[in-house]
Design a binder for this molecule. Structure first.
Ligand SMILES: *Cc1c(COP(=O)(O)O)cnc(C)c1O
Length: 395
């Protein structure tokens, strides 16, 4: 018999009943160190007092207002994002997938408005992840995601990750945009080198293409800059944001330049919940924290400490780990045994990690992780690796 919850997830048998900062407390009282943050969502950890205050104060005033009316919290968050980034304008969604939907619509509408309606094709990359809507799965095109869900939205072409000759060859008169994650998350913490992002920006300028960056996972301070593309010193035309932006409240956004957004006039897009007062009140509080230079410096400092610890784990467990990837607090550890085994051993040792593609163990801790917690994280991962190694020896 089908479970009452549609069985699309494979779930670990863990019942967390409370969260405190970087810690999740199981029903049975065990305290887990959370290096997953709900997949980069709980950017300030669990139950951050400032977020609880922002949420509850707004909850006592008004939760939801239709976008038929002006929403000051939404305007304030949009202004903060515009102030801090390349963007001139922001649309709020409830998720990363919805942000991807709008990014696709916006890119196509742009070329339509420019009198080049044939430029509908969006180039994407193998290993990418942009969400689970019909557009987002068509963008990625892997059998795992699309099989049985056709007909797919046309107008996407996948390029092998890092194969710039193939990218060049794929560009034709129908190409309108390149969509890419500065660091692939689901794909296994695969960073796009700064020089390559610079090259893509130039390519887009030369060939008249829009550069669409998906910073749903790597944005909002995760890499030690507010947005990952800042490391390369270039800016996109359109950017998707979600996950960390709401600190745990479902919130997403599309940021764009005035030029790229010109087709999105009244009536061309909308959302019932997107940008409601509750979400934006929390988002504004998150933004205050993660856009602070001292906060970002700390992400870099703790990220460096964690990375050094992970390098030590590779030295200590060469049969288990082989490579550290990523930047700031978006780190990946490539595993030799199946990554699922390492995640499971992590649970046994009270540390939560997230598996990713390419057999990579993903670490996405709260961005305010302390030095002591980072040291504890390495200890627990060390214990997990020892456990996996002893299982291998026991055969
Ligand atoms: C998680 C993710 C998405 C999808 O976001 P949802 O909120 O799950 O819809 C899109 N792009 C990237 C890079 C992501 O990591």
């Amino acid at each position: 018999m089908i479970p009452s919850v549609l069985p699309t997830y494979i779930r670990a048998p863990l019942h967390f009943v409370k969260g405190e900062g970087a810690w999740l407390i199981e029903e049975d009282g065990r305290r887990f160190l959370d290096l997953g943050s709900g997949i980069a969502v709980n950017a300030l950890g669990h139950a951050h007092p400032a977020l609880v205050t922002a949420l509850t104060e707004q909850a006592q005033k008004v939760w939801h207002l239709s976008n038929l009316y002006e929403i000051p919290q939404q305007e304030a968050l949009a202004a903060a994002l515009v102030d801090a980034t390349f963007a001139d304008t922001v649309f709020f969604t409830n998720s990363g997938t919805e942000a991807a939907e709008l990014a696709v619509k916006m890119a196509r509408k742009y070329w339509y408005e420019k009198g080049q309606p044939q430029k509908t094709t969006i180039l994407t990359f193998t290993g990418a992840f942009h969400g689970r809507s019909s557009a987002a799965i068509a963008a990625v095109g892997t059998e795992k995601m699309v099989k049985g869900f056709g007909p797919l939205l046309p107008g996407f072409k996948q390029i092998p990750w890092g194969d710039w000759d193939a990218l060049d060859a794929a560009i034709d008169e129908t190409t309108g945009a390149i969509m890419i994650e500065p660091i692939q998350g689901e794909g296994g913490i695969r960073p796009l080198p700064d020089a390559d992002l610079k090259m893509l920006r130039k390519l887009c300028d030369d060939k008249e293409l829009l550069l669409v960056l998906d910073e749903v996972q790597c944005g909002m301070g995760r890499t030690g800059k507010l947005f990952a593309h800042e490391w390369a010193g270039v800016t996109p035309d359109i950017m998707m944001v979600a996950k960390g932006i709401g600190g745990g409240f479902p919130l997403g956004a599309v940021l764009a330049t005035e030029e790229a957004a010109q087709g999105m006039v009244a009536g061309t897009h909308g959302s019932t919940y997107g940008g409601n007062p509750l979400g934006c009140a929390v988002g504004l509080e998150v933004m205050k924290h993660v856009s602070d230079e001292a906060f970002l410096a700390n992400v870099n400092r703790i990220g460096g400490q964690l990375r050094q610890g992970l390098e030590g784990l590779i030295a200590a467990h060469p049969d288990i780990f082989e490579e550290v990837r990523g930047s700031g607090l978006m780190l990946g550890l490539k595993c030799k045994p199946a990554v699922g085994e390492v995640v499971k051993a992590g649970y046994d040792n009270l540390v939560i990690t997230v598996p990713a593609g390419d057999n990579v163990l993903r670490l996405l801790p709260p961005l305010n992780l302390s030095e002591e917690e980072a040291a504890e994280a390495i200890k627990r991962l060390d214990a997990a690796a020892t456990e996996v190694a002893s299982q291998i020896t026991a055969g």
